[in-house]
Design a protein around this ligand. Sequence first.
Ligand code: DX5
Ligand code: ZN
Length: 216
Amino acid sequence: MIKISPSLLAADFSKLDTCISRIEDSADMLHLDVMDGMFVPNISFGPGVISDIRKTSGLIFDVHLMITNPMRYIAEFAKAGADIITIHYESCDNQIEVLKAIRELGVKPSISIKPATPAFILEPLLEYVDMVLVMTVEPGFGGQSFIPETCESVRTLSQMIAASGRNIDIEVDGGITAGTIRAAYDAGANVFVAGSSVFKAADPAAAIAELRKVCE
Ligand code: DX5
Ligand code: ZN
């Protein structure tokens, strides 16, 4: 069963409530992109916004931290209502410590790699995570084109996870549309972030159904 995690970054920020309600019944998760203007050259939103929308949505909150030294903020994001917190491998030197701390806060830990970071680097971290996130674009902005070469990382992780015997989701993020999702699915991904292709669609729920259909 695949999971679709629409990225709120592509929603109209003046109508968050309406945008979320349009996908509430058809999405599996809500992907929340947190950017600090340091780790990535863009600034989005923080725990205050997440805790406000937590009151209106029952979706699994899939929080993607694109911030330097994430240890500083994980408690705040847990308190704001995150169900999953993804940190970037490239954002700190204490990945294991941060992943353990996320779990201690009662949140599912996840780790992400940028397109150029080799997937094998995550092998020693698999025992600490419930999900891995392969960026299929350079993190920082929505609306970019899917980088097909990143499917190699998905394939490598899929094999590494199978060999470990662990139950770990593989999420892909960036440029996921009805035209690109199948390649990532075939490579072994089972959780799909989709920003523009869902929230910029005239009918976001229909766009989600279309993404699912392509993977059937
Ligand atoms: C990019 C973000 C993505 C982005 C995806 O840094 O992590 O989640 O919002 O947007 P689309 O689907 O438009 O590429
Ligand atoms: Zn993201």
